[in-house]
Design a binder for this molecule. Structure first.
Ligand code: TGC
Ligand code: FAD
Length: 392
């Protein structure tokens, strides 16, 4: 990839809504991404490999569990800080943000929120430091948008349970040390439990051939009569609201992350439009290209305000799942459209790895699908405003 010349964009002085600490966190994450992610990410994406050497750096900048209390190894930061870190990581690559948001929102969050004190003490500090990497198993081959229909189940055998079933499309699965898995008990009620690599009957085959999120490892979780000690079951949650509660946090982070990818595409296209000469003048002087760029910065600005407001509501524990759905859906849609338009501004160069746009564009095809598809989030809003359930 060409040199990372990224500059942030703040058309509406949104920075004035941030604290000095927020800006410091952003600068730290941005510098880290420029120094560690940008120089290598294209190569890793091309060969479809997650750059594991970034794990310790991600931990050092506080990307694992930013809002988890310090006594458990987290950074004890607020929700806006979490969002800003996700924005900066996704500015580098959605796959790097994925690893951090899975670790923070889908592994540390449930252990902290639903786990026993022993589970918190055992796992959280090691997850925060990157000594352990986790993954989150909700989706199954036949149950994606409808996780309540899951088939993975466990049977009670006294001091332990026996887990059977499989999960699909699981970020970080191929190398994760632990998996937070959602499965039905003998009464058909969903519960969460921690499965550790090395438990007999537990395998994590990698999913090959992705054209999207290539710098993130995706895989299956297969459970063949896996014996799990009962102390690995979360004691404090029952039902689908357990995993969906985790998704609220991850979806919120994605609403910020998508802004990072969009800003990178806009910044690249703006610079290119000033430097690329056709018909004797920079292409940025043509009205058609200006329309694209002007609409991009307008949409980025709207998305920034939406994410910031959602963060303030989340800080006050007032953000509803439906508000989170709206922000995830809008901001990812905004980013994918900007990536497609930005690619056109770069002409043929837009499809190469010299620039980050095509990689962002392909990544966002996953982001618009995972954590609830574009259409599912629309139906969540539809149900909220009409009171009518259009899912089934
Ligand atoms: P429904 O009957 O509506 O709800 C069941 C129970 O859950 C409660 N609930 C929520 N609780 C907390 N947060 C939310 N967002 C919640 N939404 C619902 C609800 O109140 C109820 O509670 P209770 O006490 O009455 O039992 O459930 P449903 O079966 O009709 O499904 C609703 C639907 C479709 C909205 C939901 O299942 C859904 O969101 N589907 C999308 C699935 C999804 O997002 N999967 C994501 C998998 S993880 C992932 O993609 C990680 S990618 C990671 C990365 O790399 O970044
Ligand atoms: P389906 O549910 O089969 O949906 C197919 C289409 O039908 C979609 O367009 C959907 O919007 C539409 N549809 C479904 N139901 C309705 C309805 N009622 N009304 C109208 N339209 C409907 N999952 C995890 O648990 N953990 C992970 O770490 C994880 N990481 C992922 C990483 C990647 C790269 C990808 C691609 C996915 C990941 N997922 C993960 C899974 C992801 O959450 C699911 O792919 C997603 O929830 C959609 O499920 P599905 O693919 O089975 O699509």
């Amino acid at each position: 990839m060409a040199d990372d010349r990224f500059q942030g964009h703040d058309y509406y002085q949104v920075d004035e809504l941030l604290t000095e600490e927020h800006k410091l966190i952003r600068d730290t994450a941005r510098t880290w991404v420029k120094q560690n992610v940008s120089p290598i990410i294209e190569e890793y994406a091309q060969r479809s490999e997650f750059p594991k050497q970034l794990i310790s750096g991600l931990a050092e900048i506080g990307a694992f569990g930013p809002y988890i209390p310090q006594e458990y190894g987290g950074s004890g930061l607020d929700q806006i800080s979490y969002g800003i870190i996700m924005q900066e990581l996704e500015r580098g690559d959605s796959g790097i943000r994925s690893t951090a948001s899975v670790q923070s929102s889908l592994v540390m969050y449930p252990i902290y929120t639903y786990g026993s004190e022993a589970q918190r003490r055992k796992y959280l500090p090691k997850l925060a430091s990157g000594e352990l990497i986790g993954c989150f198993g909700l989706t199954e081959p036949d149950h994606g948008s409808n996780p309540g229909g899951m088939l993975t189940n466990f049977k009670d055998l006294g001091d332990h349970v026996i887990l059977n079933g499989s999960k699909m499309w699981i970020s970080n699965a191929p190398f994760a040390d632990i998996a937070v898995v959602w499965a039905k008990n003998e009464e058909g009620v969903i519960q969460g439990l921690v499965v550790e690599r090395g438990m007999e009957g537990f395998t994590t085959p990698e999913t090959k051939g992705k054209w999207s999120l290539r710098a993130s490892a995706t895989g299956e979780l297969v459970f063949d009569n896996v014996k799990i000690p009962k102390e690995n079951i979360f004691p404090n949650v029952m039902g689908l609201k357990g995993p969906l509660g985790c998704l609220n946090s991850a979806r919120y982070g994605i609403s910020w992350g998508a802004i990072g990818a969009a800003m990178d595409c806009y910044d690249t296209a703006l610079r290119y439009s000033k430097e690329r000469i056709q018909f004797g003048r920079p292409i940025g002087g043509f009205q058609l290209q200006q329309k694209k760029l002007a609409e991009m910065i307008t949409e980025i600005t709207k998305a920034q305000l939406l994410a910031w407001r959602l963060g303030t509501l989340k800080n006050e524990s007032r953000a509803t799942p439906q508000q989170i759905s709206m922000a995830k859906r809008n901001n990812v849609d905004m980013a994918i459209k900007i990536a497609r338009e930005a690619r056109q501004i770069l002409g043929g160069m837009g499809i190469t790895g010299e620039y980050p746009i095509m990689r962002h564009s392909m990544n966002l095809e996953s982001v618009i699908t995972y954590e609830g598809t574009h259409d599912i989030h629309l139906l969540i809003t539809g149900m909220d405003i009409t009171g009518e359930n259009a899912f089934s």
